[in-house]
Design a protein around this ligand. Sequence first.
Ligand SMILES: Cc1cc2nc3c(=O)[nH]c(=O)nc-3n(C[C@H](O)[C@H](O)[C@H](O)COP(=O)(O)O)c2cc1C
Length: 161
Amino acid sequence: MKIGIVYYSMSGNVDYVAKKIAEIVEADLIRIEPKKEYPNKGLKKFLWGGKSALMGETPELENYEFNADKYDCIIFGTPVWASQFTPPIRTFIEDNRSKLDGKKIATFVCYSGGGAENAIGKLKGELKIDSFKAELILIDPKSRKSEENNKKIDEFCNKLK
Ligand SMILES: Cc1cc2nc3c(=O)[nH]c(=O)nc-3n(C[C@H](O)[C@H](O)[C@H](O)COP(=O)(O)O)c2cc1C
């Protein structure tokens, strides 16, 4: 089974997990970036990103390579922003919706402690699916590395098979 990991990461936590998963299941990494970067410092960081997520914005993305035919399974990776999944992921789904039909879909989210379940629920709604093949929720895993997190990542990868 060939897997593609589509993810957005502002400060590296989702990137860290995406790379770990890619190593274990030999997946391709498709990192998406908005053309206009979100502020990543100070109060603006939370206000702009949070507002954009809450409003369901779909920022234009930098070019990326995504050949959907190659994949049986797509994993979406996102930080939680204001209890939502992030706007670049929304843009990606809206731009590629028909190409996702019939694929197995899984997700992992990184957060600091609140709103992950809500974000996953919203992502299900956006994808129009009832459940994910596998789900993984981690608290700031880049700065809080642990054996427990590694175990959770392994369990997530096992569920993809
Ligand atoms: C705009 C913004 C909003 C956030 N909102 C939440 C939130 O609602 N709940 C939470 O637990 N963490 C929140 N966070 C923290 C991130 O979800 C968390 O640090 C995550 O691990 C970051 O992933 P990244 O390093 O890949 O960007 C927010 C961060 C930003 C920048």
